[in-house]
Write a protein that binds this ligand. Sequence first.
Ligand SMILES: [Zn+2]
Ligand SMILES: [Zn+2]
Length: 595
Amino acid sequence: MSDQTETNEFAGEYAPRELSPVETLRHSFAHLLASAVADLYPGTRFGTGPHVEHGFYYDMQIPETVSVDDLPKIEEKMREIAKGNHKFERFLLERADALKWANEAAQPFKAEIIEGIPEGKISFYKHAGFTDMCAGPHVNYSSKLKHFKLTAVSGAYWRANDKNPQMTRIYGVAFETKDELEGHLKMLEEAAKRDHRKLGRELELFQITQEYGGGLVLWMPHGAFIRKQIEDFWRDEHLRRGYNFLFTPHVAPLTLWDRSGHNDHYRDSMYSPMDVEGQMYQLKPMNCPFHIGVFNNRQRSYRELPMRYAELGTVYRFERSGALHGLMRVRGFTQDDAHIFCSRDSLEEEINGCLDIAQTMYQTFGFPDYKVELSVRDSQNSKNFLGSDEIWDLAEGTLARVLEARGIPYTRMEGEAAFYGPKIDVKVIDAIGRIWQLTTVQLDFNLPDRFDLSYIGADNAHHRPIMVHRALLGSLERFFGILIEHYAGDFPVWLAPVQAKVLPLSEKFLDYGRDVVQTLRNAGLRAELDQSDEKLGYKVRRAEMEKVPYALVVGGREAETRSVGVRKRKDGDLGTLSLEAFIERLKGEDKGKVR
Ligand SMILES: [Zn+2]
Ligand SMILES: [Zn+2]
């Protein structure tokens, strides 16, 4: 299972496809963009221009350097063309004629695509004198293309392969109504302010540099502390729920990945193997085979089931450098992974337990709203799915029943199950309305067969356990990225790396400041002293910028009475509290995991 989902930009672009009305609209905007660029920059070579979530893009080789400063000009041209009310006209060409067109129009990327299409007629669309090879569909007339904005320019390799030429990718967003567009632009503005890469740098939470390798994360002290808090909470919750913790290696012989099937089905996401004394070893892309090894250590009995193994397991998966994005898409990440081995009888209880701990996570990390999807097999094509109808019916029925019993609304995704089992996905909604895939509870009828897992039942016979793969937060790296953006770096007290910053009025009160810091630390709280000789106003502003929840001002009066002048971030001055009273207050917030 993957929390880093790959979308194939080319899939369906030239084959007949079905697009929803808004997707059709967005895709049509890609053509409009291409026609505007063709007008403004003669000699542009066109790649592909799909619709994406909220909008569209087009990959092009433009003879001039185009930056965001050029976007208004291109937008202007797009509006001008759109207003002309041109019809999107479709026509078909034989493959040879299509190639001729591509060569005459000096469109080598289109020619390459045509060469990859096996046979048959090829579909084209034309509007305002601009021709593009495309399966469609599009809006009928360009005047329907109204509510859009070009948002970004970036580099992209042709066909996402860094051995291929660099293209310029221009992104836009587009909606059916003006209100939707404006709402979205407002959200983007807010998202830019919260960008975890920007906040990660400003708050010194993590770093990713070329020197240490793209997609590989160095957790800085404050980020590492937040991770520790997440991990501690995660471990406590698992202990309460009867999980056992595992630690497993980062590499294993290739033969293990042959047996698990990963070497066959997952190779594109794996790094090249390494030679260890003549045997090939593989960096792990998943933890599953290791947990299976622990289960298989000896013959298991039904009395030991269910087995719940959890590991914060670091895995490595190949991602193209162009696809890497801050903490959201990386090459090495730590899954909050668990595998449950259970009998059919206890499946319902186990799934219920997974959802219970998942909901505890959402609540604690401040995500009250989420969407749930239940992916089931395509019952018309059950031969494409491994295992009997009986086990699938049992599994799908159990997942649905648990969701219903917990009162969780869900969308049934017909035919979306993996070939080896159905699953539940949960996507949380963040503070600015964005949706993030977090949790997957995946049933697996494949690996127990491949590894010949069994337990002795009450009937003294061998039985195959059901295996459940389960990650609640997905990966700690990505989850941290989501948390940074969700809270805009303004972490609640229990997660804040520094909960209180002590600000002496002058250096005369440094000693008392140190005393306050140590007293807080002795109480299990996190405090730092501002030792600079800046003015108080400056120190207060700096603590605000560092997003420290409390600033404690200490001067002569405070030192005499063993008290602190309390300023809460955003709430302002709370007056003077005895040090003892402040500690009680902070401890309460820390333990209650409240903001
Ligand atoms: Zn098209
Ligand atoms: Zn797994």
